[in-house]
Design a protein around this ligand. Structure first.
Ligand code: ATP
Length: 298
């Protein structure tokens, strides 16, 4: 069983600020770290560390950041298929974190947005029914829709994390087996919150809907009804990557048991995400292979 993550990879420049800057403000900050990031790469790294055979399909430029990206990915138990965009700068995220653990993120998507379906469809040729096709919101609408259609034709389980939000997502729901959203995304997409938002996405055609609620935990709505799990309490340092950790561990926990997301998978994910929020950074904050093995063993 394998996972194919088709999404973005970026360099995260993480800066701590006393408070989020207002429009027009000029404030002091401290450079906390430079780390590998991008939702696609984050999710692929945690999936692979959790023990799922994972391939990341993403695009990079031909610059210094691309070399950093390749070097960082080579340290992970992951397969990569990196498309080189010679005329573009590798994607970058500027992440501002405040002392209360909140963050705000600005991401460039020049490389991710230039991924064409034909780049990806070649890599999916080896996919088997039951493998995961995992996408986020960084590709163009056309590429996202074409890849999801092909994944369905191949009998793959399609997973979608509609972040960042784009206007074209409404037509995609019938193609999605598993959707992950945070509370803000759920509200913007459906005009509702929590369980009601999840039910409305189920009505739109999604099989399993998981809504994460930050420090309040998460809920799953599927054909069995609703399951809710609390967050695992933690000394919060930096929430960057919490949602990506949570999503990847739900997927790994359920697929390694040959199932779909369930309460146990959400519980495993809450434990893993509590480790991520207790550490600064992105890749460096994710649980290690040993930590994930211990979590998934229980
Ligand atoms: P981010 O964008 O910061 O990566 P997100 O907005 O996608 O995250 P959240 O809903 O904030 O996702 O968090 C995902 C999961 O991480 C939660 O369901 C919870 O299990 C865990 N988590 C987040 N914040 C906290 C916290 N303060 N304490 C403990 N666990 C947390």
């Amino acid at each position: 069983m394998r996972a194919f993550v088709i999404g973005n990879v970026a360099i995260d420049e993480i800066m701590s600020v006393p408070a989020m800057p207002e429009a027009g403000a000029s404030i002091f900050g401290r450079q906390q770290s430079t780390d590998l990031g991008g939702k696609g790469a984050n999710q692929a790294i945690v999936l692979s560390r959790a023990g799922l055979n994972t391939t990341l399909i993403a695009a990079v430029g031909s610059d210094l950041r691309a070399a950093m990206i390749r070097q960082s990915l080579s340290l992970e138990p992951i397969n990569t298929c990196l498309i080189e965009c010679a005329d573009k700068a590798s994607d970058v995220s500027m992440i501002f974190t405040t002392p209360d653990g909140e963050n705000a993120i600005v991401t460039t998507t020049d490389c991710a947005a230039s991924i064409r379906p034909e780049h990806v469809l070649i890599s999916l040729q080896t996919a088997k029914p039951g493998d995961l096709a995992v996408l986020q919101g960084n590709l163009s609408d056309d590429a996202t829709a074409a890849i999801l259609h092909q994944a369905k034709r191949l009998g793959m389980i399609t997973v979608f994390n509609p972040s960042p939000l784009r206007p074209g997502f409404a037509s995609l729901w019938p193609l999605i087996d598993i959707a992950f959203l945070n509370q803000g995304e759920a509200e913007k997409l459906t005009g509702q919150s929590g369980e009601t938002a999840a039910r409305s996405l189920r009505d739109a055609g999604v099989g399993s809907v998981i809504v994460t609620l930050g420090g309040h935990g998460a809920l799953l709505v599927d054909h069995n009804g609703i399951a809710t799990i609390p967050a695992v309490s933690s000394a919060v340092v930096d929430t960057t990557g919490a949602g990506d950790t949570f999503m990847a561990v739900v997927l790994a926990s359920s697929r390694l048991r040959h199932g779909m997301p369930d309460g146990l998978a959400l519980h495993h994910a809450a434990k893993a995400a509590s480790l991520t929020v207790s550490r600064r950074g992105t890749r460096s904050a994710f649980p290690s292979q040993a930590e994930l093995a211990a979590i998934l063993a229980k």
